[in-house]
Design a protein around this ligand. Structure first.
Ligand SMILES: C[S@@+](CC[C@H](N)C(=O)[O-])C[C@H]1O[C@@H](n2cnc3c(N)ncnc32)[C@H](O)[C@@H]1O
Length: 285
């Protein structure tokens, strides 16, 4: 079970409940969808052999393993996550990798070994803190002076057709939940450049830079169109909205989404636009 009882307990419940279970079950296909986005961050981080790296919100550990290969020989990776089911999957996947360890912990309060890491990395694992500046101030204690940060985070939902298109269709048939506030945790909470800069500077980082990354992602890992849409409806933000609807409404929305996304389906599968930031920052020397 998670060690989180404080301000991130709602997120701990989500990631230890159905959502975390689903991510653990669909790990291989989610990783094939997200791999190009993480690889963009990994290239940017410019890891070197011997470096020590912390992967924040590492989930099922795909990026932790990829980074481990980049810092060999001599380097090591610590993946930190609040999700028990996802870390179980991470540990299984890392069984044969000697230089990766995982900690079940809330990264916002975890007592990291001080000034021990060369790099803090995350693929989509830092947008869920209730108090992100405080969380990043805590995470910064783990970095050596002059250490660096590299994060991959979603840009606003409106810039992400892979989410937006199905939400627009759902909105025609169901009452949509009130949008999250600009300071609320959630997958798109690091979409605003000024907010991300403010959070990281308040945590003590310098030279905060955000570079856009626009990539077509393949959803559903080789399934047919209907199967790919079902995968999207099972793991995307629309999952929770549809869960509350009657089977008839769910069916209607699903059918309409399948018809709409046919234009995005080709020989390589369901391929849709995604928009992320690659965020870099420095710990002062
Ligand atoms: C969208 S998933 C991304 C997982 C993984 N990085 C990936 O790209 O597949 C977000 C992850 O952040 C983790 N997370 C959320 N809040 C956290 C916190 N306070 N401390 C550590 N991990 C957290 C969740 O448990 C989940 O694994």
């Amino acid at each position: 079970m998670t060690q989180t009882t404080g301000e991130n307990s709602a997120q701990a419940e989500i990631w230890n409940g159905d959502v975390g279970q689903k991510w653990a079950e669909e790990q291989a296909d989610l990783d094939s969808m997200l791999a190009p986005l993480g690889l963009g961050g990994i290239a940017k981080a410019n890891f070197a052999p011997g470096e020590s790296v912390i992967d924040v919100g590492c989930g099922c550990g795909a990026t932790s393993l990829a980074i481990a290969a980049n810092v060999t020989p001599g380097g090591q990776v610590l993946g930190v996550d609040i999700s028990g089911p996802m870390l179980t999957r991470a540990r299984q996947n890392a069984e044969k990798t000697g230089n990766v360890n995982f900690a079940l912990a809330d990264a916002s309060t975890h007592k990291f070994a001080p000034a021990s890491a060369d790099v803090i990395f995350s693929r989509f694992g830092v947008m869920f803190f209730a108090n992100p500046s405080a969380a990043f101030a805590n995470i910064r204690t783990a970095l050596k002076p002059g250490g660096r940060v590299c994060l991959v985070v979603w840009r606003p939902v409106k810039e992400n057709p892979w989410v937006m298109k199905s939400l627009m269709i759902a909105a025609k048939h169901v009452t949509m939940p009130a949008p999250l506030g600009p300071e609320d945790p959630g997958p798109f909470s690091f979409g605003d450049r000024a907010r991300v800069t403010r959070i990281l500077e308040a945590a003590g980082f310098k030279e905060v830079k955000l570079e856009p990354q626009d990539v077509l992602i393949t959803i559903g890992a080789g399934r047919d169109l209907a199967g790919s849409v079902d995968f999207l409806l099972g793991v995307g933000p629309i999952r929770m909205i549809l869960a509350e609807q009657t089977p008839a409404v769910r069916q209607k929305v699903r059918d309409e989404i399948i018809a709409d996304l046919a234009a995005d389906f080709d020989a390589q599968g369901l391929r849709m636009g995604s928009a992320t930031w690659i965020v870099t920052a420095q710990n002062p020397k």
